[in-house]
Design a binder for this molecule. Structure first.
Ligand code: FNR
Length: 186
């Protein structure tokens, strides 16, 4: 089965984005295997230690390397991505550069109406940087706005339109993955 690594841009216990990742993991468990990686264990990126990093970094990069694709699920902080996510990305972008050629798709949830539009725009831009070069699924932009009205305590999405949209995006992601070819220069 297709292996997807989920990187969630919030490390708080009750994170809506964590719940969204878990919902995707559960609902589509027969379509692809989603492993949610824990970025809270990563130390601050520091160039002084990048050639011999702590085990947590080694393990995190290995998980990303062995995944067929990465699903990014992120909140928006100050009109951009959270620092904790930027930190994880910095680790991935250096030395063995495990994101190069790795397909990505993006989702985000917020309590505001716009549902992480700016954060996702920045994230897409970041994923095109030299140290990442990750092809991103086009269109299919999942902005779950006013998430507190669309999810129950257990993290089930109760809004039928949102669930139907996610079903469509998952179909499109899997169709894309079926014919995905890495860029010739990778
Ligand atoms: C936010 N939040 C927020 N929301 C938004 O739509 N645009 C923004 O620019 C910001 N900025 C921001 C900065 C900081 C430091 C915090 C803590 C929060 C609100 C944010 O969307 C909300 O807290 C979400 O619930 C965070 O996602 P998780 O942790 O629930 O996944």
């Amino acid at each position: 089965m297709l292996k997807v690594a989920a990187i969630v841009g919030s490390i708080r216990e009750d994170s809506y984005n964590k719940k969204l990742a878990k919902f995707v993991q559960k609902r589509y468990k027969d379509r692809f295997d989603l492993e949610i990686l824990d970025i809270s264990v990563l130390p601050f990126y520091n160039q002084d230690i990048e050639l011999d990093p702590p085990q947590e970094v080694v393990d995190f990069k290995a998980k990303v390397k062995e995944a067929d694709a990465v699903l990014w699920v992120t909140p928006e902080y100050n009109a951009s991505i959270p620092g904790v996510l930027g930190n994880a990305i910095d680790w991935l972008s250096r030395v063995d550069k495990v994101m190069i050629g790795k397909p990505s798709w993006i989702m985000g949830a917020s309590m505001g109406k716009l549902g992480t539009v700016k954060a996702q725009a920045h994230l897409r831009d970041i994923l095109f940087a030299g140290g990442l070069q990750s092809p991103v699924l086009l269109g299919n932009e999942v902005y779950v706005g006013e998430v507190h009205t669309k999810m129950d305590e257990e993290g089930n999405i109760t809004d039928e339109a949102t669930v139907q949209f996610l079903d469509q995006v998952v179909d499109n992601f899997l169709a894309w993955m079926k014919q995905f070819k890495q860029p010739a220069y990778v």
